[in-house]
Design a protein around this ligand. Sequence first.
Ligand code: BES
Ligand code: ZN
Ligand code: ZN
Length: 474
Amino acid sequence: MNIKLVKDCQKFDIELIIVNNLNKVNKKDKNLLKLSGFTAQENQSSFLSCNKKYYIGASSLKGEDLKIAFSNAVVGLKQFNAKIIKISLKSNDKEYALEELIEGLLLGSYEFNKYKSKTKEKKLDIVLDIENSSKTFQELEKNLNKTIAICSSVNLTRNIVNTTPEDYYPQTMANDAKKIAKKDFLECKVFGEDYLLKNDMNAMLSVGRASRHESQLIHLTYKPKKETKRKIVIVGKGLTYDSGGLSLKSSEGMLSMKCDKSGASAVLGIMNTLKDVNCPYEVHGIIGAVENMIGGNAYKPDDVLKAKNGTTIEVRNTDAEGRLVLADCLCYAQDEIKDIDYIFDIATLTGACLIALGEYTTGVMGHSEKLKKKIAKASKKSGELVAFLPYNRYLFDLIKSNVADISNTSSSRAGGTITASMFLDKFIKKENKQKWLHFDIAGPAYKEKPWGYNPCGASGTGVRLILNFIENLK
Ligand code: BES
Ligand code: ZN
Ligand code: ZN
């Protein structure tokens, strides 16, 4: 999709008009629309061939409603043979937020066609008429470029997650990290299993042991041009496939487990954006890329593993592998990076999160109420749904082990998302407790149906939320 800002666009194939109230439409069009059964509801559309206007219904003309309307519009446009699409930034005295409009278009038009032998992807030219806008051309252009950068990264994350486990394994992820680093002048360190062994990262190492693909610890660093005191660390779960290991998943449960790399893919998406949005803070992206498989060399329920910080872990279920990988990655991050301001981890960690919150919401956990408030703001602004799950002293008792310092599973299924987060808490240093948040994206990261402006498959959850948090830091 090409997007151009123009003043007074005359040449176009179709003009796109979003409406939430038929009374705002001129009389002639209103009568024609009424005749076609169009009442300006979300998910409705009507094309008037007499004046080439394509009307799209919306619940309101701002926020998520507007993004969804533009997303529906761009999906609907696929049925036409049109190339040049006109959109007026200001219509009926209402000026759309450029970011929302562009997000709807770019996120809504995404398609994953890598494995389709025949595709008819059409490239649209969007001409955004900025006549009568309250903003200057420079302001609009800056916003446009920023939004394109963010949406391209969300779509990059989606591409990575959607790629099959046969084509995408830990080394593929390391190569992608190197590519991003090269393009944006980031520092990129990649460590293989020798490093994990030498550095006592036995929890992460064990998870990948039965895989034919070597596990990779990936560390990307973005440093702004101007010296900064702020340091943000984002750790991602990168299970390029989660078969469950010897505690094997059911056929149904295993299906779509290529999505278990969604946290790491979001980290790559975020790191891919920082230079383009001129981020003023130092940001570290750390990824544990591992494949959880079965075989004679697989780690087993009953094993006791020692993590990098010396904590011993009783393995009671090899399908609770994400927390083992994250435990070592969190230790690595805190050992290598001093004076951290914020440390987040993002992971498709528990199926229980879907049960608790429904499949569209990210579960956020941590000790700092102040930090959670900042995330609540970023959620509102980005449109990514979050809910905060509370800790309590009784749940902490459920991950105790009879044979080791801690068990990798809770003795109760109830509260499984919270107890998984409590497991991770054991690997957060005292000085970082108030700086840490855990994001469980098992619900929204991947779905076999489209929702809002998200397509069938990967959504790119976390990228816009965390970039928004970073953008609004003061
Ligand atoms: N990768 C899964 C969690 C998951 C489930 C992600 C559904 C996306 C959709 C994770 O590794 C896992 O298997 N967790 C177990 C934990 C249990 C064994 C304590 C689960 O949720 O059942
Ligand atoms: Zn698992
Ligand atoms: Zn997993």
